[in-house]
Every structure is written in structure tokens, then in C-alpha cells.
Design a protein around this ligand. Structure first.
Ligand code: ADP
Ligand code: MG
Length: 600
């Protein structure tokens, strides 16, 4: 009996593996340019012929390779970038698998010239079908010059699989754009059949976007607004298109830690921020750059996949949604938030004892209900969160504005704005027009309320499993109420399982709940919902959100650090549209300079 199992020759194994990594010229371009970036290049030239079929060359001025490394580089799993499995979680380079060059040389003829700055002389290497056919010293500039010729020359099936030159060139450029848009500090050149298709100087991200998509007659970035948010978890910056610039051909890009990614869930967050602002079939452009600790993401181990997993997707969804909304909101309502820009804005006055306090004018929809999702689709300029609190006195219509003298500008909380906490209860904030006195617990409630209302709508509450599930026993009345609230509770992160006919076990709680006792919180929610006497589910939702916000918010008496105060105030003032909570409680009040004067 003869054995029938044998090991494939390396050349065949390499060809099979190559199919995974190198599917078309564009994937080859990606691998080579990423290597150049990893090598610290400041200028990268891509030169293709016949859409990369006959030639795909990448020339860089990076750190080059020694003669031994040049040869090693084409071995499978040869990499200088990681040494052990744990390094995978600390990735700061584009490559790490050590299989790109091995794959490329299995399916093409490769010629490499490379020199390190410290070497007098460089190395020339020729490889075809994984076999080294030539290696010798060569005079060449510092850096690496990689010529990949006749891609798939030895794999006819792959060759046939390629599309027209036009399509393959489009794929090459798409891949090129995904790289250049996140590396504006590197100069790039793209040459196709001796024609320069792209020449990108070093610049800012915005300049790079302009250089890629702009036309001299029509600036592209004029249609973009800035997004910028820093949190402990993630920093998000970039640009989103103004709603009216949305169209059928939009440019949508997301990057994480310098790497292009596709992320349908985060895409949804962006699109949600545009709800109600876009015409049917119109899509906004966006360029969003995430910066996050490498620990918190899982770069897809599959070389050609651009999906990336995040440890805290739901939290990032919320942060992204809020920052895009803020960006769009600033652009839509920013002038009216700046009270000093005077009369061209219609500013309603809000009675405040004997003084007047201008609040930004907001277009209102009298039928608006933040909990009814269909309203989000209607075509308003203003945004749902602006109208979350429906007890704001608003002008009936936007008639001829009455010129008024604004008395007070809500302060921007800068890193050095001095803040004072009083009695563990109030925060005193200096502002140009006087002093802002903020009730810390209610301010936090307002922030949380907004967040919870959004979660109730989108079902994206952040939930946290509990180690020892509590069991909550209920009276028939309470049981009935709880059962009607189950879906809403789940939306904000409570997961309950029926334990017995009149008891539920609480297996997960909203992450926002912190150390609060879960069953007590639930009972409070149930009783407050019963107290409303309402049977309308959106009324319940409002009560659920408010009651939970009350439980979750910083308690009175808690001493806050400067940073905590700053963070709270920023979050509060970011979207302030009312000084009152939905239950009528005052969140902040204002002592104008005139008021202060009166005391002296
Ligand atoms: P990886 O990038 O995953 O490490 P590759 O097969 O793409 O694997 O490259 C193998 C090794 O070859 C790299 O780790 C690097 O040391 C070296 N290398 C490849 N391209 C370049 C380049 N342009 N400049 C300098 N070194 C390079
Ligand atoms: Mg690589």
C-alpha cells in the first residue's frame, strides 16, 4: 500500500496562499505601498503599465534592506515587524504577516533594488515563481525599488479573472486613494503608461483630500465641515459633507490608526446623524479618522479584508453619532449659538425674572416627538436633540426678527477656564456676560437623558453583564408594568430573564448604571412610569429615560475634579437648547454682569 498524502512543493503552496493575498494588481499595490510606509518613506512613487498587468512598480526612499534581509523578505512569514503573538495587539505597522512578498514572488517576476542609508552599495535581486534567479550588488539610491512584472504569468486562471484595463486601473486608484488619504505627510506620485495621473505634495489632511478630489474650478473641501472629538476611549476627527452637498457620487472613507477600514455599523452612525437632512438617494461624503489604542481593535487577520473589530463598538457608535451631529449642528445652527452675532438672527427671549436671556432660535415642529422615529425622517434643518425637551418656549413662527441686545453668551469651556464647585452641588462658570450657575446633578441628568433617549430610539444601549444576576420579585401590578417596558429597558441595556411567574433575573445592566443597585433602579422606573398614569408608550419612554438619568447622574455632594467638571459642562453645553429638564427642573441659571453690579 502506498501513502497518498504528501506535502506540496513550496512553490505550489506559495501559489495557493498567494491567491489569498494577491487577487489583482490593486492588492499588490496595497502590499507594496504599505511596505514603503512601514519603511518610513517620505516619497512613494507608483508606476504601472497596462493597469499593473505587465508592470507594477513601487519606488520609495525608506530605510531599505540589507542583502540578507532582501533575500529573507521573500520567505513566507518573514517579517521584521512582529516577533511574537502578543505583538499582534500592539500593531503600529501596516504589515505584520510577512506573506505579501512571498505571495507576490510566487505569482510574478520580481526585481528588487534596495539600499540602506548606512550601506555604500545596494542589492539587486531577481525572483520568479519563488526562485531566486539573481542576486548581486548594485549601485542604487537609498530606499527600495520593487518591480513586479507579468503578474499571474504562471497562473492563467487568475489572469483570466482580471477585468478590463480600465476597471483594474480604477481598482488601483481606489486602493491608492485609501492609502494616500490617511498619509498626507508622505508625498505620492502615480504614473500609468507614462502619464502622471496623480501628484500629491505633503500637506494637511484637508489639503490631501482637496488634492485627490478637488478640481481647480470647484474646491471640494469647501463642502466639508470639521469633526473633532477626543474621549478617553477614542479620538475621532475628520470631515463630513454639508447635507446640501450630498449627491449620488459621494466619497465615504473611514480610517483607524492610519488604516483604511470598512465599518457598516459606524457608517450607520454617520448616516443616522444626517437623518432628515438628505434628499432621497443622496449620500453625504465623509472622511473620518479614528485614533484608538491598538489594544481596543482587532485588525482583521485576513490580508484582504478591510473590516476591523472594535472592543467598544456601541460606545464608539454613540461617540461618532454625537460628534457628527455636533459638526452638522454647528454648521446649521452655529451662528445662532453665538449670541454676539446679533440681529441677523431671530432670537426668542426667555423670561427669566426681570432679566432677559436669549436662547438660540430653533426651528420647531409642534408635532415633534423625539421617541417617534418617523419624525426623524422629516425634512428639518434642526436636529432631533435640539428639540428633545419639548417644554422650551419657542416662537410660533420665524417672522421678522425683533432686534434685541444679547445679554449673555454661553461660555466655551476651555482647558484653562477656571471652574468652581460649591457645596458639592453647583458649578460656577465665568463667562463674558456674567456667571453661569450649573446644578451638577441635573446637568448630568440632562446629558444622560439625551443619551438614553437616543438609545431608546436606536436600540444601541451599552449593556454590561452582571457577575451574579439579581432576582427581582414583583407584585402583579409591577409585573404588568415591567412586562410592558421590557423592550425599552433592553434598548437601554437592561437584559432580564423570566425567573419564575412573578420574578425576573437581571443578567445585564446599562453600562451607564455604574454601581447603582439594579433592582432598586428598576423598581423606581416602574413606579415613576405608573405615576405618569399614561398609557402612551412614548410617555413611558420619556419617564424611563428621565428616571434612569436621575439614578445614573452624579449625586449631589460628590466632589468633582476639574476635569470632571469640564467634561460635564462641555457635554451639557454642546447641545444646550433649554435650561430645564423635561420635568421642569432648572439645570442652570445665569447671573449677568448687570445682576452682579447690583450687589455692589
Ligand atoms: P510584512 O510587511 O507583513 O512584514 P512583507 O512580505 O510585506 O511582510 O515584507 C517582508 C519584510 O520585508 C518586511 O517585514 C520588511 O522587513 C521588508 N520589506 C518589504 N518591503 C520593504 C521596503 N519597501 N522597504 C524596506 N523593507 C521592506
Ligand atoms: Mg507588508
Amino acid at each position: 500500500m502506498t501513502d497518498i498524502i504528501h506535502l506540496l512543493p513550496d512553490s505550489v503552496a506559495n501559489q495557493i496562499a498567494a491567491g489569498e493575498v494577491i487577487q489583482r494588481p490593486a492588492s499588490c499595490l496595497k502590499e507594496l505601498v504599505e511596505n514603503s510606509l512601514d519603511a518610513g518613506a517620505t516619497h512613494i512613487r507608483v508606476i504601472v503599465r497596462d493597469a499593473g498587468r505587465t508592470l507594477l512598480q513601487v519606488v520609495d526612499d525608506g530605510k531599505g534592506m540589507s542583502p540578507t534581509d532582501a533575500r529573507m523578505a521573500f520567505e513566507r512569514h518573514a517579517t521584521s515587524k512582529i516577533a511574537q503573538a502578543s505583538d499582534l495587539f500592539q500593531l503600529r505597522t501596516m504589515g505584520f504577516r510577512g506573506e505579501a512578498l512571498a505571495s507576490i514572488c510566487a505569482v510574478a517576476q520580481v526585481e528588487l533594488q534596495t539600499r540602506r542609508p548606512e550601506d555604500e552599495i545596494g542589492t539587486l535581486l531577481e525572483i520568479a515563481g519563488s526562485e531566486v534567479t539573481r542576486q548581486e550588488p548594485v549601485q542604487c539610491p537609498v530606499g527600495t525599488n520593487m518591480r513586479v512584472k507579468n503578474l499571474f504569468y504562471n497562473v492563467p486562471a487568475r489572469r483570466k479573472f482580471l477585468k478590463t484595463d480600465q476597471t483594474e486601473l480604477r481598482n488601483l486608484l481606489a486602493e491608492y486613494h485609501r492609502i494616500v488619504l490617511v498619509n498626507p505627510d508622505v508625498q505620492f506620485t502615480f504614473v500609468s503608461n507614462d502619464e502622471i495621473l496623480s501628484e500629491l505634495p505633503v500637506g494637511t489632511t484637508k489639503q490631501r483630500i482637496e488634492a485627490v478630489f478637488g478640481h481647480s474650478s470647484k474646491p471640494f473641501t469647501g463642502q466639508l465641515v470639521d469633526v473633532s472629538t477626543r474621549t478617553e476611549l477614542v479620538n475621532i476627527c475628520g470631515f463630513v459633507g454639508k447635507p446640501e452637498s450630498a449627491g449620488k457620487n459621494s466619497q465615504q472613507y473611514m480610517f483607524v490608526n492610519g488604516r483604511y477600514m470598512r465599518h457598516p455599523y459606524f457608517h450607520k452612525a454617520v448616516m443616522t446623524a444626517y437623518a432628515g437632512m438628505l434628499q432621497p438617494d443622496h449620500n453625504p461624503s465623509y472622511f473620518i479618522y479614528f485614533d484608538i489604542h491598538p489594544d481596543a481593535i482587532d485588525v482583521n487577520i485576513h490580508p484582504t479584508k478591510t473590516e476591523i473589530k472594535f472592543a467598544d463598538e456601541q460606545a464608539i457608535f454613540q461617540i461618532l453619532l454625537a460628534s457628527v451631529r455636533e459638526a452638522l449642528g454647528k454648521f446649521n445652527v452655529a451662528p445662532s449659538l453665538d449670541f454676539t452675532t446679533e440681529s441677523r438672527l431671530d432670537m426668542p427671549q426667555m423670561a427669566l425674572g426681570n432679566r432677559s436671556f436669549a436662547i438660540p432660535q430653533i426651528q420647531t415642529d409642534p408635532n415633534y416627538n423625539p421617541f417617534k422615529s418617523q419624525n426623524w425622517r422629516s425634512n428639518h434643518v434642526s436636529q432631533p436633540w435640539e428639540r428633545l425637551y419639548d417644554n422650551i418656549p419657542c416662537p410660533a413662527s420665524a417672522q421678522e426678527p425683533e432686534p434685541i441686545t444679547p445679554l449673555f453668551t454661553l461660555p466655551q469651556i476651555g482647558d484653562d477656564t477656571p471652574l468652581l464647585q460649591s457645596q458639592g452641588k453647583y458649578i460656577v462658570v465665568p463667562a463674558d456676560g456674567g456667571l453661569l450657575l450649573v446644578h451638577q446633578h441635573r446637568a448630568h441628568m440632562a446629558v444622560l437623558y439625551r443619551e438614553l433617549a437616543e438609545q431608546l430610539r436606536s436600540h444601541h444601549g451599552i449593556t454590561q453583564p452582571v457577575l451574579f444576576p439579581e432576582v427581582i420579585e414583583l407584585s402583579p401590578d409591577d409585573l404588568h408594568t415591567l412586562q410592558s417596558l421590557l423592550a425599552d429597558l433592553q434598548a437601554v441595556g437592561f437584559i432580564l430573564e423570566q425567573f419564575s411567574p412573578n420574578a425576573y433575573s437581571i443578567t445585564s445592566v446599562p453600562a451607564l448604571l455604574g454601581q447603582q443597585n439594579a433592582s432598586e433602579t428598576l423598581l423606581q422606573v416602574i413606579h415613576q412610569v405608573q405615576d405618569t398614569g399614561s398609557t402612551a408608550s412614548d410617555e413611558w419612554q420619556k419617564t424611563v429615560a428621565l428616571s434612569l438619568a436621575d439614578r445614573m447622574a452624579i449625586p449631589v455632594g460628590k466632589t468633582l475634579t476639574d476635569n470632571e467638571m469640564r467634561d460635564l459642562l462641555r457635554r451639557l453645553l454642546q447641545h444646550t437648547d433649554s435650561r430645564y429638564l423635561p420635568n421642569g427642573q432648572t439645570i442652570f441659571t445665569i447671573l449677568t454682569n448687570d445682576d452682579l453690579q447690583k450687589y455692589f
